[in-house]
Design a protein around this ligand. Structure first.
Ligand code: XMP
Length: 510
């Protein structure tokens, strides 16, 4: 059993980040529901327990509470923000309710004696990131204060005899300058010896896939994106040709994409069949302009096509490139969660297909999937591809979708990719693409009045697509994009640049 640090999820927006940071420090971490019984935590081989933050106040009705047994397992516990307030509250201290939030950078002074702050005593003050309303008024007996800031006289606590710690600030956020050192010190307290190593993860996954699948056959849908490709290569390594893959061309892919992706997958010796389903997708989308309807139609059609090409064949398993963030989202039901856009993936296969789901990447974050892809020999052209949404160009064609409008967008998009890749900006951008707007504007070409389409360019910087900032593209690049699109793409007489960030906008237009 891999030694790990478990994170009890009380619904903080930073929970995933804590897990990522622990893994970056070379230790396996997993996020589990806050109410997981202490016995189960022990059985998981947990060497440390982190209590996450939460949108709740400890006094609020319905505030999440862990199994009290977690404090007597003898395993070190670190409470972060709400986690620390919970420890204080449940052990007899006083948490003061406050409507006022302390949000942003703060300076703390810390006690050098704490093992949590080992090797941090060269500086008297440290910058940390605060994001809380309630604060600790009185610590429980048996605890001592190990850090203080002007606004939070109790910025960190430690039990005097047991390995229980609390931090009011967020060590996982990069604005906490020594945050990684603090988490690293907690790992030392946990005395973990086993390192989380992606090479070993591959070997273990291959064995697990072989045991799980046995002599069965596996089917998967592959898009050529990072997740489905890495999941396929890993599975193929385990079971060889018993993995069959379908590349469903929905007609909404970028210029040349279908051909290029299939060639790249075949070069990796994957058994992939290309299904040209553009006709049925475009037929069903005819006249549909509502973004949610488009997404639903595409999701349903995808399933129909997939089912048609697999039914009657003897597949037992369905391979999916599900990643850890998706798994976490479905185990934690705290905090605001609302469908902003219904994302399309292969998730909702009808029960009648009776396929069992195989998710070899379900424990990994995106950057870990990229690293594993590299170790498995997936080419850089695939690993560094910009994200491309399942519904494809349909959500970048505002209004009616037809072959003529698709053609315009594909040509404009190709120019955007070409110029940005030539300018060597592509490595720094999260996504860059063209959008076809549902309006026409007046222009003049030669001596003639024109009344034609408008193309918008979208380029964003982002770390995880949760937030994004519009990219400050150099004027010369914007200039080349505009001139080339207007002169080379028949039917376009105007180009605009999208200068909205997410939130409040989203990356895609629909
Ligand atoms: P938004 O537009 O919500 O997009 O800011 C965030 C990221 O998700 C991608 N995206 C999708 N990916 N299926 C996907 O696989 C979808 O339905 C979908 N919709 C948006 C988008 O390109 C961006 O990277």
């Amino acid at each position: 059993m891999t030694e790990s640090i478990v994170i009890l999820d009380f619904g903080s927006q930073y929970t995933q980040l804590i897990s990522r940071r622990i893994r970056e420090l070379g230790v396996y971490s997993r996020i589990i529901p806050f109410q997981t019984p202490a016995e189960a935590i022990k059985d998981m081989g947990a060497k440390g327990i982190i209590l996450s933050g939460s949108p709740y106040s400890v006094y609020q009705k319905g505030a999440p509470k862990p199994d009290e047994g977690v404090f007597s397992l003898g395993v070190p516990v670190l409470g972060i923000c709400y986690g620390m307030q919970y420890i204080t509250h449940s052990m007899g201290g006083v948490v003061q309710r406050s409507k006022q939030r302390e949000y942003g950078r703060a300076e703390i002074e810390l006690s050098c004696e704490s093992p949590l702050f080992r090797n941090m005593c060269t500086d008297a003050r440290h910058t940390v990131w605060m994001s809380h309303s309630d604060r600790i008024e009185k610590i429980p007996s048996g605890f001592s204060i190990i850090a203080a800031s002007a606004n939070s006289p109790v910025a960190a606590v430690q039990h005097m005899t047991k390995p229980i710690f609390g931090l009011q600030f967020h060590p996982e956020v990069s604005h906490t300058v020594e945050g990684m050192r603090i988490l690293g010190n907690f790992i030392d307290v946990c005395a973990i010896t086993q390192k989380w190593n992606l090479g070993e993860f591959i070997d273990a996954s291959v064995k697990e896939l072989q045991n799980t699948v046995g002599r069965d056959k596996v089917i998967g849908a592959i898009s050529g994106g990072v997740d489905s490709t890495v999941a396929s290569v890993l599975t193929q390594r385990a079971i060889g040709d018993r993995l069959k893959l379908l590349f469903i061309d929905n007609g909404l892919l970028r210029e040349h994409e279908s051909r290029e992706v299939v060639a790249a997958l075949k070069a990796m010796h994957l058994k992939v069949t290309r299904v040209d389903a553009s006709e049925i997708f475009l037929r069903r989308l005819r006249g549909v302009t509502d973004p949610e309807k488009k997404r639903k139609i595409i999701g349903k059609t995808f399933i129909d096509v997939f089912e048609k090409h697999t039914s009657g064949k003897s597949f037992t398993w369905l391979l999916q490139g599900t990643l850890y963030p998706d798994v976490i989202e479905s185990i934690s039901h705290i905090g605001p969660s609302q469908t902003i856009k219904s994302h399309h993936n292969v998730g909702g296969l009808p029960a009648r297909m009776r396929l069992k789901v195989l998710e070899p990447l379900r424990l990994l974050f995106k950057d870990e999937v990229r690293s594993i892809g590299g170790l498995l020999g997936v080419p850089g052209t695939i690993l560094s591809r910009q994200p491309f949404p399942g519904p494809g160009l349909s959500i970048r064609i505002l209004g009616d979708i037809n072959r003529q409008r698709l053609d315009i967008l594909k040509k404009a998009d190709l120019i955007v990719r070409d110029e940005i890749e030539k300018s060597s900006l592509s490595g720094t951008l999260w996504q860059y693409f063209a959008v076809l707007l549902p309006v026409r504007t007046v222009g003049i070409m030669g001596d003639e009045r024109t009344y034609e389409h408008v193309v918008a360019i979208r380029a964003v910087n982002s770390a995880d697509a949760m937030t994004a900032d519009w990219a400050r593209l150099p004027y010369e690049v914007l200039d080349r994009l505009s001139s080339r699109i207007i002169s080379e793409v028949v039917g376009v007489n105007r180009v605009v640049y999208d200068i909205s960030s997410k939130p409040p906008s989203t990356i895609e237009w629909e």
